[in-house]
Design a protein. Structure first.
Length: 533
């Protein structure tokens, strides 16, 4: 049977519980355990798909097409696993399934209540997702004290079968604020938050403290005393230079040993070498040459909106031994001619027509000036529009999404999407096969002829324009054969111009960077070197 580690948060949100959970997962995996990891989101939305990135940051997409919380991205990247629908449990899903059961009469005669019906449903989900794993980490979103997260915390409490049992462990991540005026760190909020947890019946076994300053041993002892844990169980999580250094920071404080002791587990086979190699290179990054990468998009002021994209760029930067200076170009307000100064350009995915013309213009400049370019999803659609307008001279070319009655809809809805009225989970979602054409840039990049990549979009390249655009030099180098959909386009007259209908960033991992980002940055590095000669 799987052991459970529950991770809760105290005092404030945004403490980095996701990174903490993923780092613990990485360490335990390195000890040879099979680990699964789950995010519980207390909101009523069934999934994150209908939420704007301004609410919870990027919507992460799994292979099986679930639209999830961005923490699943950390789980995949740190543990090198592929999450699925079951790895993100929302209150909306739990209520939906309890209400469905009630309507079917499965609770006939009973009053359906939060305890036990909602909590039982949550516990069933925990048990299901843990099947076949040595350890299951369950991160509970929100902050202890929130009304919404109570059923999840109650379910977590009930998972411990006895006072001294070693089947469940509770880790509380909390803030230890620093007061400038008195130059001291304060433990009181942590004490309060642990008290709140205790009121619910959870006694935390380990406290992870987030703080701007180093915590003294004295202070650790104080926290240990108030929270009834040994001082070795008070673990610091300082702001790290890179999130990928966190597993090692935890390791050095013995967090993995504490966990294994409390769960009564023994290392199976310690293997941290590859991870270590990667982090050693991160530490050297300041000595690597720098390239300038333009990202022309809409959510330029919101770091979390392009989380996976930024991580994918970072993995490939390390693999290329370069430092990437990312420069966001707001295509609605910024001067687009900045593109010409860049060593590479990415136009990422997006929804809505804000900044669309600027994106198309940015791509034109990259195409004409030989700036290495990668278009992603909406970025590919914009590349197709740009090519149709400026090379095929179809002046009115556009996407049906932004100009419904345009004369040349080079991007349009396919028949399957035309009659859809519900917005939730109705896009083309998840992993689809893509056949790669021989002797193309795509083949050179992937070194394969069939790939699988994750999608999240409604519109597609309109096949009626394939013949015309290919006759003037656009190459359709990736096709989904089953649905006859264009997945990759490229322009061989340009040194590096490729655009994809899917989101490669979701599949990049620190130890296996995605070939598209790797090759884009390699092209940027080479271009910069050539310019120097
Ligand atoms: N808005 C476009 C579509 O729905 C692109 C979506 C995206 O970039 N993820 O097709």
């Amino acid at each position: 049977m799987s052991k459970y580690i529950f991770i809760t948060g105290g005092v404030v949100s945004s403490l980095g519980k996701g990174i903490t959970s993923a780092s613990i997962g990485r360490l335990l995996k390195s000890h040879g355990f099979s680990v699964n990891i789950v995010k519980c989101d207390p909101y009523i939305n069934v999934d994150a798909g209908t939420m704007s990135p301004y609410q919870h940051g990027e919507v992460f997409v799994s292979d099986d097409g679930a639209e999830t919380d961005l923490d699943l991205g950390y789980y995949e990247r740190f543990l090198d696993i592929s999450c699925s629908r079951g790895n993100n449990i929302t209150a909306g899903q739990i209520y939906q399934s309890v209400i469905e059961k009630e309507r079917k009469g499965l609770y006939l005669g009973q009053t359906v209540q939060v305890i036990p019906h909602i909590t039982d449903e949550i516990k069933n989900r925990f048990t299901e997702i843990s099947r076949g794993f040595d350890i299951t980490i369950i991160e509970i979103g929100g902050t202890v004290g929130d009304i919404e997260s109570l059923p999840f915390l109650e379910a977590a409490r009930q998972m411990k079968t006895g006072k001294n049992s070693s089947d469940s462990l509770y880790i509380h991540v909390t803030l230890v604020p620093y007061l400038n005026s008195s130059d001291e760190l304060k433990t009181k909020p942590t004490q309060h938050s642990v008290n709140k947890l205790r009121e619910i019946g959870i006694d935390p076994d380990i406290i992870v403290t987030r703080s701007e300053k180093k915590i003294s041993d004295e202070m650790k002892k104080k926290i240990a005393l108030f929270c009834s844990v040994v001082s070795e169980a008070v673990i610091e999580a300082p702001d790290a230079k890179s999130i990928y250094l966190v597993p090692d920071i935890f390791k050095k404080q013995g967090l993995d040993e504490q966990i294994m002791m409390l769960l009564r587990l023994r290392t199976k086979k310690w293997d941290f070498e590859e991870w270590n190699e990667f982090t050693e290179n991160i530490k050297k990054q300041d000595s690597f040459p720098e390239i300038r990468l333009g990202i022309a998009g809409k959510y330029t002021k919101l770091k979390d909106a392009y989380k996976s994209l930024n991580e994918a760029i970072f993995h490939s930067a390390i693999a290329n031994r370069i430092k990437v200076k990312t420069e966001y170009i707001d295509t609605e307000t910024d001067d687009i001619s900045k593109v010409k100064e860049m060593d590479a350009l990415i136009v990422p995915g997006g929804f809505g027509d804000r900044g669309i013309e600027g994106k198309i213009e940015a791509i034109r400049q990259a195409r004409e000036k030989g700036v290495p370019f990668l278009g992603i999803c909406l970025g590919m659609q914009c590349a197709a529009i740009e090519f149709a307008r400026n090379v095929a001279k179809l002046k009115d070319a556009h996407s049906d999404e932004f100009k419904p009655k345009c004369k040349d809809p080079v991007v349009s809805l396919m028949p399957g999407q035309k009659n859809i009225s519900n917005k939730g989970a109705t896009m083309r979602l998840g992993a689809y096969d893509c056949q790669i054409k021989k002797n193309t840039l795509a083949e050179k990049i992937y070194k394969k002829n069939t790939i699988k990549e994750r999608h999240r979009h409604r519109y597609e390249f309109n096949n009626e324009y394939r013949k015309l655009l290919s006759s003037i030099g656009l190459v359709f180098s990736g096709i989904n054969k089953k649905h006859d959909l264009v997945e990759i386009i490229e322009y061989p007259k340009h040194p590096f111009f490729i655009a994809v209908q899917f989101h490669p960033e979701f599949r990049s991992r620190p130890l296996s960077p995605h070939p598209l980002f790797y090759s884009l940055l390699k092209a940027a590095k080479e271009k910069k070197n050539e310019a120097k000669l």
